[in-house]
Design a protein around this ligand. Structure first.
Ligand code: FE2
Ligand code: FE2
Length: 363
């Protein structure tokens, strides 16, 4: 594994390393029941579908600036103007820069989320009570290390542009890692963070059909992530089916609601406006109020909501909060057991194709 790091990752304000205190029980399972067929099947699938980062064709030259500039030159700036209605009209050069930064920002947050998944899954190996869950989690640990590897290589060797971890994502990862209750690790990581990532990967794929390396990376990672989310749903279904006390349920509801707001706010991309040298408040207001931007953020919850429903966690309290932010429209979508693979919602694909200049926006 050798590659040239053209641009080391910028560091968050908290510095190059971060210690998060946590205390949880590490569980040995001396009975080794290994009898949950669905989990064991997932474990077998995970092992046989493993791939290596060196399987990818790293000789592909990635010139994102050229790709984006061509789109802008082909009239995409006007489409963006009418669809995104930015606070002011952007020069073609600024549009190119904004898109390059948004793209690098998204991929950088994938990288940081992957590191969170690596650490969280290692914690599951230790804290999950049953051996079959430890087996699968061990398999997932290896997947996540590979995901960190490929995103890091892509960002530092191919893109030449990257961002530090977003503070909302960092806060969420800290919450997940520091929680002592083992099911919260699944709920936070496999259901919320990875559920959102699945929808976001679909977005990246649709956005960059003309960049074969990121297409290959994303397709491979999506396959792995679909298994990871299924692992979370299967594991929690068993636990939650036996019932939670009302106090326990209340804690999980609070956790889901807090995680939802942190994830939604992380997508405001304030780091991009900062780097562009723009007034961050103006642009954050824009991101909060433009129909395109609010629609985009909402759609990233399209896999999370049906999964929560399957787990019995779309309770009146969570529903009330989700109704306020328009997330209940996804409750009848297929969950990760009914449909493990993720298809980006049609509405999202339509917007992306408009942004690529493939069709005129509806007036
Ligand atoms: Fe991952
Ligand atoms: Fe994952």
């Amino acid at each position: 594994m050798e590659y040239t790091q053209k641009n080391p990752l910028p560091l968050p304000k908290t510095g190059a390393s971060e210690a998060v205190a946590s205390s949880f029980d590490t569980i040995f399972d001396w009975e080794y029941p290994l009898d949950r067929e669905n989990l064991m099947a997932l474990y077998e699938k995970g092992k046989s579908m493993s791939w290596n980062a060196s399987d990818l064709d790293w000789s592909i030259e990635v010139d994102m600036e050229k790709l984006v500039s061509e789109r802008i030159a082909a009239g995409m700036n006007d489409v963006m103007d009418s669809l995104l209605s930015p606070p002011r009209k952007l020069e073609a050069r600024e549009s190119v820069e904004m898109q390059l930064n948004m793209n690098a920002w998204m991929l950088s947050q994938f990288l940081h989320g992957e590191q969170g998944a690596l650490v969280a899954t290692a914690k599951i190996v230790m804290s999950a009570p049953l051996e079959d869950a430890k087996f699968y989690a061990a398999n997932q640990v290896q997947d996540e290390a590979r995901h960190v590897e490929v995103y890091h290589r892509y960002l530092t060797e191919k893109l030449g542009c990257s961002f530090e971890v977003n503070r909302h994502l960092q806060a969420l990862l800290d919450d997940i890692i520091s929680d002592s209750r083992w099911d919260m690790t699944y709920l936070g990581m496999q259901i919320m963070v990875e559920g959102l990532a699945l929808a976001a990967f679909g977005l990246i794929k649709a956005q960059m059909p003309d960049e074969p390396l990121i297409q290959d990376i994303t397709a491979r990672i999506m396959q792995d992530e679909a298994r990871h989310v299924a692992f979370g749903v299967l594991s929690l279904e068993d636990v939650y089916r036996d019932g939670l006390t009302s106090a326990e349920l209340r804690e999980r509801e609070e956790f889901i609601i807090e995680a939802t707001y942190l994830m939604r706010d992380r997508l405001l991309m304030e780091q991009v406006y900062e780097r562009m040298g723009w007034d961050v408040d103006t642009w954050v207001d824009w991101a909060k109020s433009t129909p395109f931007m609010t629609g985009f953020r909402r759609m990233l919850f399209s896999k999370i909501v049906p999964n929560l429903k399957r787990l019995g966690l779309l309770t009146p309290r969570v529903r009330e909060e989700y109704a306020k932010i328009g997330l209940l429209e996804f409750e009848d979508y297929k969950d990760s057991i009914e449909e493990p693979d993720v298809v980006a919602p049609d509405e999202l694909l339509r917007i992306i194709s408009q942004l690529r200049g493939e069709a005129q926006p509806a007036s």
